[in-house]
Design a protein around this ligand. Structure first.
Ligand SMILES: Cc1cc2nc3c(=O)[nH]c(=O)nc-3n(C[C@H](O)[C@H](O)[C@H](O)COP(=O)(O)OP(=O)(O)OC[C@H]3O[C@@H](n4cnc5c(N)ncnc54)[C@H](O)[C@@H]3O)c2cc1C
Length: 504
């Protein structure tokens, strides 16, 4: 065993959300003993993608890992809280549902709440699933509070995430990282050097002529994948036949009225529109397929559907859904958009950055870069991407919309086997099984399956363990407790003002 084979120099290429999240994590764990230098190279001339502002509750794990003060984080990134995503017009025009963070109701007699709800629903006795979720009521009523720790109440375990300003988030993490010894290097990388024998990247050269050498390179260069794709030519798996959106037009607008703790995703004739409320503005965008609508038409559609005055000129981003065949190749690990992209329908991309970082830390290499560890990393990342991909496809496949050629294509397209099986199992008795540690749990799948209008043919016979009158009573009690809990929650705006010293 070699005693000190540690990496001496780590180079992060790119200073967007992926680059600075990676830098912060390495600053937290790697640079303390002064043995490893970490340099982050970014180019102001190239800039960042400038979107990516809605998250899921797992971000709290990352924040805790860094030891962040949440109120400071909310203040400095002009963040708001998020309890759910609201999907409008996805099942059919005029219909809406929420995908909440946190469970519906409570399991009883070791049988899932979902199964009981489906039975009552089949009997025509309950319709609005959202009334059994505190997060949905909070979203509808523009209310928010952090969990109060009382474990016998729904208020004791409120799962939440954030909306934040992507530019301010990168700035915030930059301050954190630089305070922990990460060195930022401004400049555009003009060329990449490789070892003639192994193909490992040995250094990058900036336009200024400066050479930056490294043992490990983390490619956070965005869609271009400067190292993983342009240099190592790792290969890309294209998923655009399932997720055909290939453009997004984005524009911020002024806020008006109250600030809802919810991301809204509204289905449109050739894609969908996001609405992300921050303290100082609303982030908006229309993700669309250029095979069905032009950039000009999509831009006009977006501008005609804003809640306030546009605060900038709209800009268009181009992408292809899919992932690199390997996230880690030789001594290059791709994180963020460099590793792959799926449209942010479930706000999952920043989470995938976090997973990439966490797995890298768990399998951190030394200078030998052993292949079994690299292979394992790639398998784990492939699993993460594919399971999320299938969850996203569900939103398009399970729809009754047939008003445009775009929706006709999506409704009729064949889907991946994993999703087809999950839908078939749900359609028979309303059951959902979570595969290993796939990101989206049974509550998430349930919310979207029901929300998109999939009706099981039968119900789980296990629910007959409870007499129907008893079931009715218990369901009414659950609804009442959740409604009462929502009454106690303060307004979202008031909560941020009172607790985070912000919104002033
Ligand atoms: C339309 C859209 C909406 C999205 N919405 C969400 C969302 O709501 N939630 C979510 O979780 N995610 C969302 N995402 C994804 C999210 O934006 C990204 O995951 C996140 O911003 C990370 O981007 P990045 O850091 O990988 O790339 P970028 O932001 O593109 O950063 C790339 C960096 O590399 C640098 N660079 C590139 N080439 C060079 C070079 N030659 N020399 C030096 N530096 C270089 C650039 O200067 C930049 O600093 C969205 C993405 C898109 C496209």
């Amino acid at each position: 065993m070699k005693i000190d084979n540690r990496l001496r120099r780590v180079v992060i290429v790119g200073g967007g959300t992926a680059g600075w999240m990676t830098a912060a994590a390495l600053g937290r764990f790697l640079t303390k003993d002064g043995q490893t230098e970490v340099t982050l190279i970014e180019s102001e001339a190239i800039g960042t993608v400038g979107v990516g502002e809605s998250t899921i509750p797992q971000i709290n794990i990352f924040n805790r890992m860094l030891g962040l003060d949440e109120n400071e984080f909310v203040r400095k990134t002009k963040a708001t809280f998020k309890l759910a995503i609201e999907f409008r017009d996805w099942k059919e025009i005029g219909h809406s549902y929420h995908h909440p963070f946190g469970p519906y109701g409570i399991d009883m007699e070791a049988v899932s709440f979902h199964a009981y709800w489906l039975k009552l629903h089949a009997m025509g006795e309950t319709d609005d699933l959202g009334e059994y979720s505190l997060q949905v009521l909070g979203s509808r009523q523009d209310k928010f509070m952090r969990p109060n720790g009382q474990m016998n109440s729904p208020l004791g375990s409120i799962a939440y995430a954030f909306h934040f300003d992507a530019g301010l988030y990168a700035k915030f993490l930059r301050e954190y990282s630089e305070a922990r010894g990460i060195v930022r290097q401004e400049g555009k990388i003009a060329s990449v050097q490789q070892n003639g024998e192994t193909g490992h990247v040995t250094s990058v050269t900036l336009e200024s002529g400066q050479v930056v050498e490294g043992d490990l390179f983390i490619d956070c260069s965005g869609f271009r994948g400067l190292l993983i794709a342009q240099t190592l030519k790792t290969g890309f798996e294209d998923w655009s036949h399932w997720l055909p959106n290939d453009r997004a037009v984005a524009v911020p607008c002024a806020s008006g009225g109250s600030i809802s703790p919810v991301t809204r995703a509204t289905a449109r004739p050739a894609g969908w529109q996001w609405r992300i409320p921050l303290q100082h503005r609303i982030g908006n965008g229309y993700a669309f397929s250029s095979s069905y609508i032009s950039e000009d038409e999509a831009t006009s559609y977006l501008l005609a559907n804003l809640d306030g005055e546009p605060l900038a000129d709209p800009w268009v981003l181009k992408f292809t859904a899919g992932r690199r065949l390997k996230s880690w190749d030789k001594n290059v690990v791709a994180i963020g958009l460099a590793a792959g992209f799926m449209e942010p329908l479930e706000s999952q991309s920043i989470h995938l950055i976090q997973v990439g970082i966490a797995r890298l830390l768990a399998m951190f290499p030394d200078r030998d870069f052993r292949q079994p560890d690299i292979d394992r990393y790639n398998r784990v990342m492939q699993f993460e991407y594919e399971k999320i991909r299938d969850f996203l496809i569900l939103h398009y496949k399970a729809t009754t919309r047939n008003d445009t050629a775009y929706w006709d294509y999506l409704r009729k397209m064949p889907v991946p086997d994993y999703l087809a099986d999950k839908m078939a199992v749900f359609e028979s008795y309303g059951r959902i099984f979570r595969e290993n540690e796939e990101l989206f749990n049974d509550t998430s799948w349930f919310a979207v399956m029901v929300g998109q209008g999939i009706t099981p043919k039968g119900y789980d016979p296990m629910v007959d363990v409870m007499d129907v009158d008893e079931l009715r009573k218990r369901m009414a009690d659950i609804k009442a407790v959740i409604a009462k809990s929502a009454e106690v929650m303060p307004g979202h705006f008031e909560f941020i003002k009172a607790n985070c010293d912000a919104m002033v």
